[in-house]
Ligand binder design. Structure first.
Ligand code: HSE
Length: 310
């Protein structure tokens, strides 16, 4: 195999209580990438459509992630050729649904396939994280992990990286409202405080445990009760016009829970069943019309596979 075309799904990071540790993979939104083996050594980004992003390998998340996997791959396979990467963006940068992660994860997944899979999907997370640094200034895995592994993921630890994949309950749907404003991850991280109170920490880790237990036991009410964030959401919600109103509307129309998707500005809601998800999506859209800011709405099941070959 000399060329591969892949689907790189969007993701929702944090899931309210799990800043930098929790994420899920979406099914209906994602980029496409083409990666091919070429005789000339090194990594070249040859084409980007749908976004104005740098073609220079060292400045592009996909390029940096590709360099990271190739650096390690030489310990496992002979690497006497290079790779060309084409990126066809559908996920807007700065939308809060893992645009940069999709490119980083797609890049390492595609190269790994073309090399004959020397690394497991879990091992690829670390390489993809290197790409994330270009976009957000720090290595976090809560988007790249669900993008590579599918389902829900928990980053149990960063040093060393330890990611646990959790199956989604069958009837769970995600609704994502994407207002057409850009919030840079680095800016959304700059509003956070380095210290939190013990009281907030207790609330937050109780909810993380509750959410994980709810996913394993398919207890939708427990999942809903656990989608609370007393640490990050209060500091970031001001970056998103009408966040409180949209969240209230989603809950009022039957969502299990709602919050900021990743670093925002997208707002997500989790719902039990398609009928509720459609009702919630409609209500969130109607509510957002009041802001005068154009917005997209997406309804998606949880993607159990992650990045995949088309
Ligand atoms: N956990 C990250 C954040 C996700 O909230 O800053 C954004 O990419």
């Amino acid at each position: 195999m000399n060329e591969i075309k892949i689907f790189c799904p969007a993701t929702i990071a944090n899931l309210s209580c799990g800043f930098d540790v929790l994420g899920l993979c979406l099914e209906t939104i994602g980029d496409e990438m083409i990666i091919r083996k070429v005789n000339e050594k090194g990594i070249r980004i040859t084409k980007i459509t749908g976004a104005d992003l740098p073609l220079e390998t060292e400045k592009n998340v996909a390029g940096v992630a590709a360099l990271a996997i190739c650096k390690d791959a030489i310990n496992r396979v002979s690497l006497d050729h290079g790779f060309e990467i084409e990126i066809h963006k559908k996920i807007k940068a700065g939308s809060g649904i893992g645009s940069s992660s999709a490119s980083a994860a797609g890049s390492v997944f595609g190269i790994n396939e073309l090399l004959g899979k020397p690394f497991s999907r879990h091992e690829l997370v670390e390489f993809a994280m290197k790409g994330e640094v270009v976009a957000s200034g720090c290595e976090h895995a809560d988007n790249v992990a669900p993008c590579l592994l599918g389902g829900f993921t928990l980053v149990r630890g960063y040093d060393p990286i330890d990611v646990i994949r959790i199956e989604s309950p069958e009837e769970l749907y995600a609704v994502v409202l994407h207002p057409h404003i850009e919030v840079k991850t680095a800016d959304a991280r700059a509003v956070l405080q380095p210290m939190i109170s013990l009281k907030s920490a207790i609330t937050q880790w109780g909810n993380v445990g509750g959410l994980i237990a709810g996913l394993y036991t398919k207890d939708y009410e427990l999942i809903g009760r656990s989608l609370q964030d007393v640490v990050v959401e209060p500091l970031r919600k001001h970056l998103i016009p009408s966040f409180d109103e949209v969240k209230f509307t989603a809950m009022h129309h039957g969502a299990l829970g709602a919050g900021i998707s990743g670093a925002g500005p997208s707002i997500f809601a989790l719902c039990k069943g398609l009928a509720v998800a459609e009702k919630v999506a409609y209500a969130m859209t109607e509510e957002y019309l009041n802001t005068g800011i154009p917005a997209d709405i997406h309804i998606s099941k949880i993607n159990p596979i992650g990045v995949s070959i088309i």
